[in-house]
Design a protein around this ligand. Sequence first.
Ligand code: HEC
Ligand code: HEC
Length: 467
Amino acid sequence: MSIYNIVTRHCVVALLCATAFCACSKDEVWVKDDAVTEGSLPSAGTATVYNIGVSAYDTPAPWVTGDLLRRFYAGDRLYDSNRGTEGGKGPLYAGSSCGSCHSNAGRTLPSMYGPDSGSGTMGFSSQLVYITKQNGSFFRNYGRVLHDQVIKGEKAEGKLQVTFTEKTFSFPDGEKYSLQTPHYKITDWYAEEIDPKDLIIDVHIPLRHVGMGQIMALDHDELRRLAAQSNYPEYGISGRLSIITERNKQYVGTGGNKAHHADLTVELGFSSDLGVTNDRYPLEVSHGQSQNIGYSHYGIQISTREMEDVDLYLSTLGVPARRNVNDPAVKRGEENFYRAKCQLCHTPTLHTRQDAVTLLNGTRLPWLSNQTIHPYSDFLLHDMGPGLDNHVRVGSAYSYEWRTTPLWGIGLQQTVNSHTRFLHDGRARNLLEAIMWHDGEGAVSREIFSRMSKQERDDLITFLNSL
Ligand code: HEC
Ligand code: HEC
């Protein structure tokens, strides 16, 4: 979040009120922040926000006030600030702050898709590169994530190289589209060279943080019922609830592209992505690696108290309202969305649990309870076919299974992050390509979409952009 938005949206923040900005009114906020109310629909009950500017994903829910708001901004700052080595970053890391990859609480464009993409090794990438042996285990000198960033004096674990192959196809009505497949290679290994034949490289781009609090507050019984009913043999669709086992306990996984997280992964993010040790992960990710033996006694680099503010920040982000719902093209597109059976996985309406959500430190957020929400996801795992198979099992998801990506806020990704890369690895350059990659359980939807007229396909995409 930029300071500009903080002061315009919440003039009452005590910290900032010492400055001349205190006089601004709420009306001004809406104008300056590019907000809508006309033609809009709430997406997440009382947590809905009407901001359609660059901070659309990064605005506190309207009920975040007083001490909660103070902690929201404290969490936001920790999330966005480059920790530097004095903040415990490194020795190995993947990004300098949470916000370096999730800029404006969205999806930073990975450098392989940026203007200089196509060849060569990358500097900062903003993606996570997972490496695994063919048999599913890790390599002796490396962890699950390839850390391609290092503090001075260290050597990165390796560098990713990407090339693409492109194929052009035609819709039955003659319109052409093409799909790009990424191919990965790792060079500059810091320790032993890894035989490419034994190596699985799985690259993920960041997810939008839209509705994180609501995702953690989902009614799991409703998801269980969906999984039991979400069996549409006529369309080849059957979603599966992700059950993950951590520390001998079982949890329902709703976070991450493989539904492999049951929490907001704040401690894991600090440890694995930034190299910042904490009570839950007290050892540097490079612990035991030949070049990093001396680093393990740096101690705890971020306190649980501070991470709780980050947890609170993520949990209390507002969800952008739907826009342009009265536009005839949006209405037609919505009908086409149902005709193409997209809703059998991208479930429009779900509910949060009755009991109040409790954060790491016991802070209760009763506003997240008992809400009707519109995430456009069933949070179940689906077989998406061989084209999207990442060749490794993550949590309870098979390599070809993915969690239905929630579509709320998707139409604002261009405004928030200035790009339209979609799918877990960002291979789709726009919404149309994202749909055309659907296979496996998604094949029927893709086929119905393909056989629509160009106008109908365009309308469906206009509808997606209203989410
Ligand atoms: C190097 C880039 C990078 C950094 C730095 C990073 N993340 Fe992420 N984050 C990702 C990627 C990639 C994913 C998607 C992983 C997947 O496929 O499930 C993700 C996913 C997440 C999710 C799950 C989102 C969802 O919709 O389920 C949360 C929450 C999250 N990150 C929080 C954080 C926090 C907190 C930090 C800082 C402590 C952080 N991230 C730092 C790249 C990053
Ligand atoms: C069988 C379940 C299923 C059906 C049916 C389905 N989807 Fe998906 N959708 C998914 C899954 C799973 C993903 C995540 C795939 C990945 O990232 O590799 C996804 C991803 C997407 C994305 C990319 C989201 C992002 O932010 O990266 C879009 C857009 C999308 N779907 C739209 C549609 C539309 C439109 C339809 C109907 C024409 C549809 N989907 C039908 C399961 C489904």
